[in-house]
Structures are given as C-alpha cells and as structure tokens.
Design a protein around this ligand. Structure first.
Ligand code: GDP
Ligand code: IMO
Ligand code: MG
Length: 470
C-alpha cells in the first residue's frame, strides 16, 4: 500500500465556512480561522525537489486547468520547462507554463530576473504558434538581465577554470549580484526615460571598470544600450504590471494561484550544494519573498521528484552513473538540457538529497515523474545513505568537501518487465514498480499523490487529488 501519512485538513469553501460561522452564537477559534481562510484562499507551490528538470513544466501545465493564475517567482531564462499538450511541444524559459489555458493569467513575478530580448523572443515564438500571450503580466519590480550580465557570466566562468560552475551562461548570477548590490535595473525602469538614463549612467560606469580593468574586455556602449533598453520598454509596456497587487487581490477574491518553481531545491542558493548552485532561492521560501505572498496563504507545497536523478553543470552528485547504465538512462530519457542542450548527468534516486529537500520545503505532497524511463531495467537502486571517510551519513552532509567524497549506499529493488509508460491508473502499474514508488514515498517522507508516466499532459496517475481543490 502507498504510504498514507496524516494530511493537512482540507480547507473550507467560502459557503461552507460562512454557514458554519452563522450557526455559532459565539465564534470559536476554529470558526474564526475558517472564516479567515475563506477570504484568503490559498496558493499552491510547485517546487523542483532535486537538481532541476524534474518535469515541473508538465505538472504545472496539467494543474493549470483548474487554476486562475500561474506565476514564476525565481530564476530567469536559465530554466527550461517542457510542455507537451494539444498545441504541440514547447520549451518555456520565462513564460509560466499556465499560458496554454485561455482562462489563466500567467505572471512573471518580482523575484524573477528577466532578459527582455529572451522574453520578447519567447512571446513572439508562442504567438507564432497560436498561443495567446495577452494574459501575460511581467512585474515592474523584476530585475533586468542586461547584456553585460551575460558577458560577465561567461567571463567569470572562464576565470573559474576547472572550478567552473557550469552555469547556463544566461547572466543569471551577475543579475542577482547587482540586485543584491542595489545596482540593478528593473523592468519598470525601462519605461521611464529620464530615470533609466540616470540609473544606467551610474551602473555602466562601474561595470566598465570591471570589464576593462579586470577582464580586459571592451567597454559598454552606453548610448546604444540606453536606446536598446527604451525599445525593450516600449515593446514590454503592455505586459508590465504591479503584480504583487494583482496576486494579492486575486487571492482575496478566492482565486487559485499556482506558484511555478524553477530549478530544484538542491540548486538553492542557501540550501543547495553551494557553490554549485544557482543565485536565487528556488525553494518555497523564495515564493514568499519573490512574490510578496504571505506563507499562510500557501496551502500546498508540492515537490516534483524524478524517479531517478539528473543534474546539469558541475558539483557533487553522489549517485552519478558513469557507466553504461547511465548512458542508457540518458539516451532512453533524452536527458539533454532544454536551455543549453548539454547532456545531463544521470544517476540513481538519491534518497538523502530527497529527504533534505522535503525538510527545507515542507512538502505536503509529491509528484514522481519519469517512472516509465525505468521500464525494462533488471533492477533499480535507491541511495539510502552516504559513506564518507569511513562514516555512514543518513542526513545530507553540510560540508561540501564531505559531499565530494561521499559514496552512495544503495538498496537494490527488482525492476519490472511490463511497461508503466502512459499508465493512467494505479492498477496498471506492475507490482515491482508499485514497490519502488512505495519505497521512495517512505524515504522522501510525504505522500506521492501523482505519478507521471509520460511527457504528455494526461499521461499520469492521480493517486489522490494533489490538493482537494485542484
Ligand atoms: P522542468 O525543467 O522541471 O520543467 O523539466 P524539463 O522540461 O527540463 O525536463 C523534463 C523532461 O521530461 C521533459 O523532456 C519532459 O517532456 C519530460 N517528462 C516529464 N514528465 C515525464 C514522464 O513522466 N515521463 C517521460 N518519459 N518524460 C517526462
Ligand atoms: P529548470 O527550471 C537544471 C543549473 C546550471 C548550473 C547552475 C547555475 O529547467 O529545472 P545558472 O545559470 O543558474 O547560474 O547556473 O544551475 N541550472 C539548472 N539545472 N534545470 C534548471 O532549471 C537550471 N537552472 C540552472 O546548469 O549548474
Ligand atoms: Mg528544465
């Protein structure tokens, strides 16, 4: 049987809670709470639980059918979210995966860093394929990824030499550095000629010092950049909005807001495998700060786990398979980056990293994706502990050196011969696949409510509704 831990109580619908409140002469604490919830209906977080590319795009597209708003809250176009639905196959980098549903407003939140050229290209290519982008909003507070951020990302990577992080080269790190250093340009600034000119003058002068004196590169052509920024501002104008207010009002109206995570928890700036991480908080806390959504409005936090592990870029990965099995999984799953096309490193499911991810996100439920990729393997392995320097670790080690030296301790489970690919009912899973899912569920410590068995929108098994309302 699938593990069935205690679930959070389902929230009351507006009608239900008000009716109950009327029948009580004096409101009990519980009734007050229910009333409060009825006027502040929740948001749902969809979080990558590993090193990214878990299948968030597919899951968000699927869930968005019953959502009103889908919003990205962190990262930038380092993300690559694949969606395969009735309109075709899409690789989204900045536009939220709810864009395919005509009733959904797709929002790029203040915590995202936006490369205007990349966003406009994505909008154009979606429009060219018949996807209406009129319901797209971009936060005026989102920071701009400037051409010099992209240049610096590449120069910094070169300078790191053999310690390179393996970034996506999209300027994400340098853009977040400038945001923190209060030297960023924000999307709203692109529409204010005078303010932009003043701001850019200060920022460009200091960037030119770095570019010319540290890296021996050409200085930025400031007038050309200014002109380009104003053009971006004109083109993006119809999309720019104060999205914090929009989302706050929507939550008050009882609309459903899906928070679309990017990257994965193990790439989180604070909680991941630092320094081999991205430059933002991609865990659930990042949704609160990156959007201005208070934590109590997030009713469900759903971790997306791949049935094995993949990672793009450098950094420790204890369960990495450097052998023929690794190559086999990579090829059968086509594990190549959606953003950069790089081959992804693949390995067995890392239960130690997965449990860490549940802990730092507080997942209320999980989705297991790509189970079908393991179809036909004679056995499958799950890492249940690490060994390093003669010691056994059952919790994620915090010291990077230790993580580098860690070797996995595996449990080996029998594989399955009949396919799970395309299954939509739990009963269609072979017993061995069920046992594997059960074991992963125990390890990650939250219920697996959805099992994805293929890349297309409806190729999944709903074990239980992910959240009562969705
Ligand atoms: P994301 O960044 O988390 O959205 O994931 P990516 O799009 O980068 O990578 C996930 C890949 O897995 C994409 O090619 C998806 O089409 C594919 N995918 C998602 N779920 C499944 C599944 O259950 N089975 C298979 N075979 N492919 C899946
Ligand atoms: P999605 O949303 C997988 C990785 C890069 C690199 C590190 C830092 O599709 O899951 P960056 O360009 O962010 O400074 O690179 O983070 N990375 C991802 N890996 N999926 C992603 O996004 C990623 N976004 C960044 O490969 O190792
Ligand atoms: Mg991806």
């Amino acid at each position: 049987m699938l593990y069935n831990p205690p679930r959070p109580a389902p929230i009351l619908g507006v009608g239900q809670s008000l009716q109950r409140a009327k029948s009580a002469t004096l409101d009990s604490a519980a009734t007050c709470r229910a009333k409060k919830r009825a006027t502040h209906l929740p948001a749902y977080g969809i979080i990558g639980a590993q090193w990214g590319d878990e299948g968030k795009g597919k899951v968000v597209d699927f869930l968005a059918e019953r959502a009103d708003i889908v919003v990205r809250f962190s990262g930038g176009n380092n993300a690559g979210h694949t969606v395969i639905n009735h309109m075709g196959e899409f690789a989204l980098h900045l536009v939220p995966a709810g864009i395919f549903w005509p009733h959904v407003t797709a929002v790029i939140g203040p915590g995202v860093v936006v490369d205007p050229a990349a966003l406009l290209e994505e909008i154009d290519s979606l429009e060219a394929r018949g996807v209406d982008t009129k319901r797209l909003l971009v936060s005026d507070h989102a920071h701009v990824v400037m051409p010099y951020h992209i240049q610096l990302d590449q120069l910094e990577e070169e300078a790191r030499g053999r310690n390179a992080i393996g970034t996506t080269g999209r300027g994400i790190g340098p853009a977040y550095v400038d945001k923190t250093a209060r030297a960023g340009i924000r999307i709203g600034d692109l529409t204010d000629e005078a303010y932009l000119g003043e701001r850019l003058a200060g920022v460009v002068a200091s960037k030119n010092q770095v570019l010319t004196k540290v890296y021996g590169a050409e200085p930025i052509d400031e007038p050309a950049l200014y002109k380009q920024c104003l053009e971006f501002g004109v083109r993006l104008q119809p999309y720019i909005a104060s999205v914090e207010q929009h989302i706050g009002d929507a939550l008050k109206r009882g609309e459903r807001v899906v928070l679309e995570g990017a990257q994965g928890a193990m790439l989180d700036l604070d909680h991941g495998t630092y320094p081999y991480v991205t430059s933002s908080n991609v865990t659930i806390g990042g949704a609160c700060s990156g959007l201005g959504v208070p934590p109590q409005q997030i009713h469900a936090i759903i971790g997306i786990f791949k049935a094995y592990t993949s990672r793009v870029g450098a950094g420790p990965m204890a369960t990495e398979l450097d052998d023929a099995i690794g190559v086999d999984i990579r090829e059968r799953a086509h594990e190549y980056g959606v953003t950069t096309g790089r081959p992804r490193r693949v390995g067995w499911f890392d239960g130690i990293a997965a449990a860490h991810s549940t802990q730092i996100n507080g997942f209320t439920s999980a989705v297991l994706t790509r189970l079908d990729v393991l179809d036909g393997m004679s056995s499958v392995k799950v890492c249940v502990a690490y060994e390093a320097d003669g010691d056994r670790y059952e919790r994620f080690p915090s010291l990077p050196g230790l993580l580098d030296r860690a070797t996995p301790i595996y449990e080996e489970w029998p594989g399955w011969t009949s396919p799970t690919a395309g299954a939509t009912q739990l009963g269609q899973l072979p017993a061995e696949a069920r046992a594997y899912v059960d074991r992963i569920e125990q390890i990650i410590g939250c219920p697996i409510d959805l099992i994805s068995t293929g890349p297309k929108r409806h190729e999944s098994i709903t074990v239980r509704p992910l959240v009562p309302e969705l």
